[in-house]
Design a protein around this ligand. Structure first.
Ligand SMILES: [Mg+2]
Ligand SMILES: [Zn+2]
Length: 184
C-alpha cells in the first residue's frame, strides 16, 4: 500500500466527545480518554496529524472565531502534554445554508491542507465518526476509517449509504495502533 504517513482526524466524536451540542467555550471541551496519547503515538511512528472539522456554531453566531481558537489552543496544549502535536487545524465555520466549499461532506478542508502542505491526498488517511467524513475522504481518494466513539455505532455500518469506510475502529486508540503497525 503506497502511503504518506498523514492522517486527518475529525474533531468531535473522534478526539473529543460528541455531546450533541456546540462546544462554545474551552471548558466544555471533553477530550476522549486516550485520544491525546493516540496522537502522540502516531507522531512517534512518523505520522503527521491534522484536524479537519465542521464548526457551524461559528456561522450561527454561537461562538466567535476567537473563542474557537481558544478552544483549539486548549486541545493543542493537552495533546502537547501527552507528547503529541497537530500539524494543522482546518475548520469550516460556515452554516450548511452558506453552501461553502469547505463544509464536510465536501473536501475543501482537505484540499486546502493538501495545497498548504504539499500532500497527495490519495495517499493519506481520513478518520471520522460520521458518514460525511468518509464522503469527504472518498472524494479525494484518501483511505478512510470510521471510529465508533461518536455518531456511528457498529450496527449502523451495514445500513450506511455508500461510500463505506475501508476500516472500522472502536476508537482513535485502536486506529492509531493499527496505522502504526501498518508502517512498521
Ligand atoms: Mg464528528
Ligand atoms: Zn465552510
Amino acid at each position: 500500500m503506497r502511503m504518506e504517513r498523514v492522517v486527518f482526524l475529525d474533531r468531535d466524536g473522534v478526539v473529543t466527545a460528541e455531546t450533541g451540542k456546540y462546544i462554545v467555550d474551552p471548558g466544555a471541551l471533553q477530550i476522549l480518554p486516550g485520544a491525546c496519547e493516540a496522537i502522540a503515538r502516531l507522531n512517534a511512528y512518523g505520522w503527521r496529524v491534522f484536524l479537519f472539522t465542521n464548526q457551524a456554531g461559528v456561522g450561527r453566531g454561537y461562538l466567535s472565531l476567537e473563542t474557537l481558537d481558544r478552544i483549539h489552543k486548549r486541545l493543542v496544549e493537552e495533546i502537547e502534554r501527552a507528547g503529541g502535536r497537530l500539524e494543522g487545524i482546518y475548520y469550516c465555520p460556515h452554516t450548511p445554508e452558506a453552501e461553502c466549499k469547505c463544509r464536510k461532506p465536501k473536501a475543501g478542508l482537505l484540499l486546502q491542507a493538501a495545497q498548504e502542505h504539499g500532500l497527495d491526498l490519495s495517499h493519506c488517511w481520513v478518520l471520522g465518526d460520521s458518514h460525511r467524513d468518509i464522503v469527504a475522504g472518498e472524494a479525494v481518494q484518501a483511505y478512510t476509517g470510521i471510529v465508533l466513539t461518536g455518531h456511528t455505532k457498529r450496527a449502523d455500518i451495514e445500513a450506511m449509504p455508500l461510500p463505506h469506510p475501508e476500516r472500522v475502529f472502536e476508537d482513535i486508540a485502536e486506529a492509531a495502533g493499527w496505522l502504526c503497525a501498518l508502517c512498521g
